[in-house]
Design a protein. Structure first.
Length: 316
């Protein structure tokens, strides 16, 4: 196939490009590099990969045939979407509209990267795809939550009104190499601080929970969804639930860091618990995660250690 991946230079987008190329597909990556990094794509030189620097909130023109469009463009960390609230809303609305328009024009299969954030601060636990969510639309996190909820609604409308072949993946917390050192999410934040011997900052009392999925497992689930006939939203994430304090302690232990944990106030609307029900992924895709938490964290620590070592002292 020839596949277009928006957000290709990001953490997840770049791993997705790797996996598609490994399966023999040609990939056109699109990114405006607001939060993406071309270094994530440097190793693809010489393969069936093309890159176009483009803002998907403007019309997307791709000459030639396209078999699938995977829409991964969006700020995805709290720091990013709190600093870029308008851009986050625009890429979820205008960007999704343009990506869907490309898929419709090419009669290509469309896959939307949605998120567990559509469930907000959930009142159902674990979260099934049938749960409608508990979201504050005017809170600071609402720019991301509602952008993704709108993107899902627009994808569903294109499926019903135009017969477009669509898929929606709701991505839960994912970690691994190529995350930015200090992008505000728990794993890179804790690792960056622990590797530097700094205090590890936990927001809230640390009892809030998350479920962490290693990136290779996430990508495997996405490609299974792409190749399936499932048009309903599908949760992809690791159902192993841990507290934020536990993940911080685990990272400090694995690094053998002298860091202490310090606590700061919980941000507004931060979810208290998050764990996917993956029954649909298991039964319809034959998917479940295979990489254990400590194994995945050790792989990620090595990447961060090398990344920090390559940074000038002022940038660490």
């Amino acid at each position: 196939m020839r596949v277009v991946v928006t957000g290709a230079a990001g953490f997840l987008g770049s791993h997705l490009c790797d996996a598609l190329l490994d399966r023999g597909h040609a990939v056109l990556g699109v990114d405006n590099l607001v939060t993406g990094d071309l270094a994530n794509l440097e190793h693809l030189h010489g393969r069936a990969f093309q890159f176009v620097r483009h803002d998907v909130t403007r019309y997307i023109d791709v000459p030639g045939a396209v078999d699938a469009v995977l829409h991964w463009a969006s700020p995805a960390s709290p720091i990013d979407y709190l600093e870029l609230p308008i851009q986050t809303l625009k890429v979820g609305s205008l960007g999704t509209h343009n990506a869907l328009g490309l898929a419709l024009a090419k009669r290509a299969r469309f896959v939307l990267a949605s998120t567990s954030e559509v469930y907000g601060d959930p009142l159902e636990h674990p979260q099934k795809e049938t749960y409608w969510g508990h979201v504050n639309p005017i809170g600071p996190r609402g720019v991301y939550d509602e952008a993704k909820r709108f993107a899902e609604a627009l994808t569903g409308a294109y499926h019903r009104a135009h017969g477009l072949d669509t898929r929606i993946v709701r991505i839960f917390n994912t970690y691994g190499p190529r995350m930015r050192l200090r992008d505000g999410r728990a794993v890179p934040a804790f690792m960056s601080q622990a590797l530097a011997g700094e205090d590890v900052t936990v927001f809230g009392d640390g009892t809030q929970t998350r479920s962490f999925c290693y990136v290779s497992d996430l990508v495997d689930g996405v490609l299974r969804l792409l190749e399936s006939e499932t048009t309903d939203p599908v949760n992809i994430g690791n159902p192993h639930e841990v507290t934020i304090a536990e993940i911080a302690r685990t990272i400090i232990r694995l690094i053998a860091s002298p860091s202490r944990i310090i606590y700061r106030p919980l941000p507004v609307d931060d979810p208290k618990q998050r764990r996917p029900d993956i029954t649909r992924a298991r039964t319809q895709l034959g998917w479940e995660p295979r990489v254990g938490l400590e194994e995945g964290l050790l792989r990620t620590v090595e990447y961060f250690r090398k990344k920090l070592a390559s940074q000038p002292p002022a940038a660490r």
